[in-house]
Design a protein around this ligand. Sequence first.
Ligand code: PEP
Ligand code: MN
Length: 336
Amino acid sequence: MIIVMSKSASTDDVDAVTTRLKAEGFQVHLSQGVERTIIGVIGERTEEVMRLGAMQAVEQVVPVRRPYKLVSRDFHPENTVVRVGPVEFGTEKAVIIAGPCAVESREQVMESAAAVQRMGIPVLRGGAYKPRTSPYSFQGMAVEGLRILAEARDRYGLMVVTEAVDHESLRNVAEWADIVQIGARNMQNFELLKAVGQTGKPVLLKRGIAATIDEWLMAAEYIAAHGNPNIILCERGIRTYEQKTRNTLDLSAIPVIKQLCHLPIIIDPSHSTGQWNWVAPMARAGIAAGADGLIIEAHPNPQEALSDGPQSLNLPHLAELVTSLSAVAQAVGRTI
Ligand code: PEP
Ligand code: MN
């Protein structure tokens, strides 16, 4: 349920409503917009909330039928801006994240970080724990990889995002990185979502390989319901019947999410296409469709990459892409 306060409602009017709700055992979520205050109410006892319609300065009490509450735009009409150090996701400036699929060595990360910084990209990616389809593939450098990422962050002034795959890696990632990535394979690992909620760290929540938008938003709701509103959604392609691409990039998820939800959404053109020369067109399409940013795999030497080489841009191609994105962003009233 949401309680819409009238434009002229005073702080005392709002306090009176929230105090009564809390006294009756409801969980209350306040959204103070420029125009008016909206009070989100979590709880099943609809009739008791409806009765508050008679209170002073209450304009309307509206039932919310969607299963997600905290992440829904009904509860929070204004866009959420997720702050990661000096970087903001969800403003008119789209944010680029780039770097290798996996941390492979100190040299590889430093070379990537130096290039990323030169290009004005503010966030470095790199997996230290890799959820690989095959148990025989490279599984990541774990804590040693996190140390390398942290060194790159300090040396080049970048923010760092890296994936947590279970509770133990989450503890380490929360300690060493700036953004915790929850990968497509773990989008419905509800215990992990609860734990990442408790860390309070900014989270990059990827869409599951076969997840509907509602399932994805429910996953975000888990994180928010456990105390963490700092969620960035990432569309990374879904499994369809098409086999020419690694996954099918669901660009329509951008306007749909923007309508349903107040959280920022970014696009991963690398895992969705699976091939480096299809990355730039889909990155540009993502920005044109209103994405708040991109996460792009790039490697100093993609032929030698231990993971996802075929979809990784080399560093000159990454630079070319970044340059070409400005005009697209400008055409849709954004900056890069
Ligand atoms: C990744 O970004 O490294 C990754 C494994 O992505 P996804 O979870 O989208 O497959
Ligand atoms: Mn990858």
